[in-house]
Design a binder for this molecule. Structure first.
Ligand SMILES: C[S@@+](CC[C@H](N)C(=O)[O-])C[C@H]1O[C@@H](n2cnc3c(N)ncnc32)[C@H](O)[C@@H]1O
Length: 288
């Protein structure tokens, strides 16, 4: 009998497993290259705000800030004064982000932060009766998975986007390892909204909103998932199944089905004893 619990109901475990996932994904460099080169060269210039003006940024589900800070660093090249409103429900992440902002002061000199320890739903409710505050750059980096009604949340984000502004949403692509896990093993779907690019596209089509999609190819080293003794592997399995303490709580048969499934999607280009999985994501860019 499986006794799986939602990973997102255990913020500490979520943070630990996301840290492992993030470390194993990003170290291949493709993601860094995308933010440091492709974004400033091809995407950032679509923001229609006069250079030198103050840029208002909004981060949704900013996590510990390690990704957002890289975008802010690029934006500062054109807009040396930025206010970034960080909407993140997990206090430990807010604290980590604050620490990082202090550590990286020289990279983000010119950014002032407004910290909002709350969900986007709470942020929206709190602002309901206030004059509408709008933003030039809204980041939803791997954060749309937490919203059941995507058209509603996207419509809201567009309503608080300044004319000339941009929304950058990053999301797992339809054939990434996480999406494949949900497809092959539907029992995990109850632990998360199984959202991938196609769901965001469907929502935007419903709203008749134009967007541009950019693929970012990232492989993840999932070798530790196949080592029954590895703590790192356990945390990664939690993230992939969106279940807290998956190895401990899953029945033997579910655990072995999951391992079998992961083996079946190991990329053929894996070498040197490493097992790589596809973790591509799509950046969806909406301009107003
Ligand atoms: C996968 S992490 C992404 C973190 C960061 N954007 C990055 O890519 O490094 C998702 C984040 O969304 C936050 N989150 C969860 N539910 C949320 C909600 N309802 N509103 C806003 N953020 C939420 C989580 O706490 C977590 O920090």
């Amino acid at each position: 009998m499986d006794n799986l619990t939602r990973l997102s109901n255990n913020p500490r475990r979520y943070a630990e497993s996301f840290d492992v996932y993030w470390k194993l994904c990003r170290n291949v460099g493709a993601f860094e290259h995308w933010i440091n080169s492709y974004f400033p060269e091809k995407i950032m210039k679509e923001i229609n705000l006069e250079r030198g003006n103050k840029l208002m940024a909004l981060g949704i589900g900013s996590g510990p800030g390690q990704t957002e800070i890289k975008f802010l660093k690029q934006l500062l090249r054109e807009w040396p004064e930025i206010t970034d409103t960080v909407v993140e429900p997990d206090l430990s992440y807010i604290n980590k982000y604050k620490d990082l902002a202090v550590k990286k002061t020289e990279l983000i000199d010119g950014v002032s932060f407004e910290w909002r320890q709350q969900t986007l739903q709470q942020f929206r409710q709190e602002n309901q009766n206030q004059p509408v505050k709008k933003y030039h750059f809204i980041m939803a980096i791997h954060a749309l998975y937490f919203f059941e009604d995507l058209p509603d949340v996207l419509k809201y984000l567009i309503s608080i986007l300044e004319d000339g502004g941009m929304i950058l949403a990053m999301i797992s692509c339809d054939d990434s390892c996480t999406s494949q896990c949900y497809e092959q093993m539907p029992q995990f779907k109850k632990n998360a909204y199984a959202i991938s690019t196609r769901d965001v596209e469907k929502a935007l089509e419903k709203l008749q909103i134009q967007y541009v999609k950019h693929r970012i190819q990232v492989n993840m080293d999932a070798t530790s998932c196949f080592d029954g003794e590895s703590k790192e592997g356990e945390l990664l399995l939690d993230f992939l199944t969106r279940s807290a303490f998956f190895k401990k709580n899953a029945s033997e048969s579910l655990y072995s089905d999951m391992i079998k499934h992961l083996r079946s999607i190991v990329l053929p280009e894996s070498k040197d004893g490493k097992s790589l999985l596809r973790c591509d994501c799509d950046a969806i860019v909406i301009t107003k």
